[in-house]
Design a binder for this molecule. Structure first.
Ligand SMILES: Nc1nc2c(c(=O)[nH]1)N[C@H]1C(S)=C(S)[C@@H](COP(=O)(O)OP(=O)(O)OC[C@H]3O[C@@H](n4cnc5c(=O)[nH]c(N)nc54)[C@H](O)[C@@H]3O)O[C@H]1N2
Ligand SMILES: Nc1nc2c(c(=O)[nH]1)N[C@H]1C(S)=C(S)[C@@H](COP(=O)(O)OP(=O)(O)OC[C@H]3O[C@@H](n4cnc5c(=O)[nH]c(N)nc54)[C@H](O)[C@@H]3O)O[C@H]1N2
Ligand code: SF4
Ligand SMILES: [Mo]
Length: 722
């Protein structure tokens, strides 16, 4: 696993900053991380890393990173011990629960939680809280994709993967994997994989209002109108049916063929062209190219999730693949066979929809989770009476910057009776906490990733060796979660159970659970005999074990009542009919530009901005605008402007470029660090502005309440002189 030369040691693990989970080699000399490079032996990333990988070392040594629990005193914080911290959490949470009931304690789980096996204990704590007020970054992310998977395949975990390494035709909608390196398809070195599609003689088309880094690698860029994707896809499906199509024959049958044919019959490319902003000829050609390729796959991600039509669009994407016989087939959309078969184990847990709503009955829970856009309302209430949430636990999240809350979340967090943030920084969010509990740094953890092999482009099992010994007394996230869990038990149980529970938790560490999962999993020793996998064997194989290309297995996973793929779930068909019958989208009156998001290679949501190498150079928090739009407003590149929406305004510099469609502007999220009391000095010196102040939390995906942050009408004008 590691090689020793005197005090120098090189350890193989993965970079866990984003979903790509690239294999890295970390060199440590005398407890100092001196080098991070790509691991050429890694079975998934083959040596690729992006510039963020080295930030793992900077994060580890960042003096602003918290190492001890911090308690708020007045306007500042002071260090306290772990025991004292847990006691305080216990007494406060029990007090709030006693007075206001179980539902008064809320929890928010942020994105990095999913990048560590500690999340098992995050889920355990969530279950133990028995609260209706659970939120996560999923509801400003992939909820629409999960909902579409649930309706079509019977389970929210059955989100299909893009078999990019074998496809002949890749159609990308609303994703920029050349920068993001793929999401809900783990594909490190997406650039290389896209180039390979073309090298093999295949073709790549990118549908995006911006000529992105990915679009530049493609054969064709289609500059769609933001929100135009469902119309494009309906027009493509119309073409395929009008040309004469037959239900695909495969290991899994389909339901709803006739209903789908009926739905798309009136959706001619001519009718869909003005609404998608894509020419009718192009719609027709894209459809036929998708159908005629030996294999083809449409891949869509966050750019289409973040719309009121998010679920609808992901359904149409999967449907296009299914109708052209590209579902569960090499080169199309497939399902992985991971070492721990999480999709298979969890598929029966159900995706329950609308089991409860928020206190005002406005937002429904999906898979027992309320949409995060309601968090400030659920704390503050509607102005006449306070909301039901009185205490909050955040775990690896920064919702003040990452979610639209109409600017009310800061005030809401100050109004809580008790707030504990599990985070290694004093962020825009955690600065409001009564207690901030920092976990070990990423390089101090020894882990086995359970989640991302479920979404990887190739079956694999990889181990995360510990690169640096944790500081004495440091706790991992799962230990912190377990510590809080024990504290919320009622007194008699607690006295009785604390010791056995603590011991139980030690026995059932995430690594031990993973060992059982691997041994009993589809590649495990218990199924495959002597040559099967054990966690030990994976551990002894730096760079991981390659488990082969994706295999057709939907027939073993599908969980719909008739065990068929549902091409026309009634509520989605109904919504599509409504959409098609509706007139053109209303224009925004005084708001004449459509605002979308964008990501940068050196940034990762809100939290790498404290690393000097990640923020050096040109300001990245800019509003990107087409030269024609700039000229008509008499704006020049670099000029400070005010971007205004119906609910808020921010000031940022304008960046003029013809890579963006006329009438559309783009601003990245995760910025806005110039807040009093934040503990990340470098970030605060490169603050940018919080784009989520412009997005209306009430504008959400019809089915899931997922934030629809790519649908906001804004205007842009020169900023007033300071
Ligand atoms: N307008 C707009 N908003 C968006 C998006 C967008 O495209 N546009 N994208 C959305 C998406 S896809 C996502 S996933 C969300 C992300 O939303 P969040 O998850 O709420 O935000 P992050 O910026 O990822 O913040 C992660 C926090 O976790 C801390 N952290 C990092 N690693 C760990 C760890 O191992 N343990 C613990 N305990 N803490 C850790 C960091 O210091 C940081 O404070 O943002 C969403 N917000
Ligand atoms: N470097 C970097 N990598 C990351 C992250 C990061 O912050 N930085 N975040 C990680 C996370 S949490 C996630 S979820 C993933 C997200 O991964 P991606 O989905 O690849 O995310 P984006 O790069 O935001 O790409 C979304 C694209 O959608 C386009 N778009 C916007 N509106 C529309 C529309 O209406 N229609 C179409 N067709 N396109 C539209 C945007 O122009 C943009 O190019 O990335 C992950 N990787
Ligand atoms: S793409 Fe970059 S940030 Fe993401 S896992 Fe790979 S090296 Fe890390
Ligand atoms: Mo995300």
């Amino acid at each position: 696993m590691s090689t020793h030369t005197e005090s120098t040691q090189t350890v193989a693990r993965q970079c866990t900053l984003c979903e790509a989970h690239c294999g890295v080699l970390v060199t440590v000399e005398n407890d100092r991380v001196t080098r991070i490079e790509g691991n050429p032996d890694d079975v998934l990333s083959h040596g690729y890393i992006c510039p963020k990988a080295t930030a793992l070392a900077d994060l580890h040594r960042d003096p602003d990173r918290l190492r001890r629990p911090m308690r708020r005193v007045g306007d500042g914080f002071e260090e306290i011990g772990w025991d004292e911290a847990f006691e305080l959490i216990g007494s406060e949470l029990r007090r709030v629960r006693k007075r206001h009931g179980r539902d008064s304690v809320a929890m928010y789980l942020g994105n990095p939680a999913a990048h560590s096996s500690s999340v098992i204990y995050g889920s355990a704590l969530r279950a133990a809280l028995l609260t209706k007020h659970f939120y996560s970054a999923s509801s400003i992310d992939q909820f629409p994709q999960e909902f579409a998977a649930w309706k079509m395949f019977g389970s929210n975990v059955l989100m299909p993967i893009t078999d990019i390494d074998r496809t002949h035709r890749l159609l990308i909608l609303g994703a920029n994997p050349a920068v993001s390196n793929g999401s809900i398809t783990t594909m490190p070195d997406a650039r290389g994989r896209i180039r390979d599609v073309r090298r093999r003689g295949g073709s790549v088309v990118v549908v995006d209002p911006r000529r992105t880094e990915t679009a530049r690698l493609a054969d064709e860029h289609v500059a769609i109108r933001p929100g135009g994707d469902p119309y494009l896809l309906l027009g493509m499906l119309h073409t395929i049916f009008a040309d004469g199509a037959h239900p695909p024959r495969g290991p899994v049958d389909v339901s709803g063929w006739d209903e789908l044919a009926e739905l798309v019959a009136p959706c001619t490319p001519e009718a869909m062209a003005p609404r998608s902003g894509v020419d009718a000829d192009v719609i027709r050609r894209l459809a036929r190219q998708h159908r005629d390729a030996p294999s083809a796959v449409a891949y869509a991600r966050i750019g289409v999730c973040h719309h009121v039509t998010g679920t609808l669009t992901h359904w149409l994407v999967n449907t296009l693949n299914a109708v052209t016989a590209n579902l569960d087939r090499p080169g199309g959309q497939m399902f992985a066979t991971p070492p721990v078969d999480a999709a298979r184990m969890l598929r029966r847990l159900g995706s329950g929809y609308g089991l409860w709503s928020d206190s005002r009955g406005e937002r429904k829970a999906f898979r027992t989770e309320l949409p995060v856009v309601g968090l400030a309302d659920d704390i503050l209430g509607d102005g006449t009476s306070p909301g039901p949430v009185r205490a909050l636990i955040t775990y690896a999240g920064n919702p003040v910057l990452s979610t639209p809350q109409a600017g009310r979340l800061d005030e809401a967090l100050e109004n809580l009776d008790f707030f504990v943030a599990v985070d290694m920084y004093l962020t825009e969010t955690s600065r409001h906490a009564d207690l901030v509990l920092p976990p070990t740094s990423h390089l101090e953890r020894e882990e086995f990733d359970l989640l991302f092999p479920v979404f990887s482009v190739r079956n694999n099992a990889r181990y995360n060796a510990r690169a640096v010994e944790p500081a004495p007394g440091a706790l991992e996230d799962w230990q912190i979660m377990a510590g809080i869990l024990v504290e919320i038990l009622p007194v008699p149980l607690r006295t009785l159970l604390t010791r056995p529970l603590r011991r139980l938790v030690d026995v059932f560490s995430p690594l031990r659970l993973a060992a059982v999962g691997v041994a009993t999993g589809p590649h495990g020793v218990l199924r495959r005999g002597r040559r099967g996998l054990t966690l030990g064997r994976i551990r002894r194989t730096p760079g991981g074990v390659d488990l082969g290309p994706l295999e057709s297995r939907l027939s073993t996973l599908i969980s719909t009542p008739d065990r068929r793929v549902q091409l026309a779930p009634p509520e989605l068909v109904e919504e599509a009919l409504r959409l098609v019958a509706g007139g053109d989208d209303e224009t925004g009156g005084e708001f004449d530009l459509r605002l979308i998001g964008r990501r940068h290679l050196r940034s990762n949501n809100s939290w790498l901005h404290n690393i000097p190498t990640m923020v050096k150079g040109r300001d990245r928090c800019t509003v990107l605008m087409h030269p024609d739009d700039a000229a008509s407003r008499a704006l020049v590149d670099g000029q400070p402007v005010t971007v205004r929406s119906r609910i808020g305004s921010i000031d940022v510099p304008v960046e003029v470029s013809d890579e963006i469609r006329v009438g559309t502007v783009a601003i990245p999220h995760g910025w806005g660090h110039d807040e009093k009391g934040v503990g990340w000095a470098t970030a605060a010196a490169h603050p940018g502005a919080n784009v989520n102040l412009l997005h209306d939390p009430k504008v959400t995906d019809t089915f899931t309440g997922n934030a629809a942050v790519n649908a906001t009408m804004v205007n842009v004008a020169a900023a007033a002189a300071p």
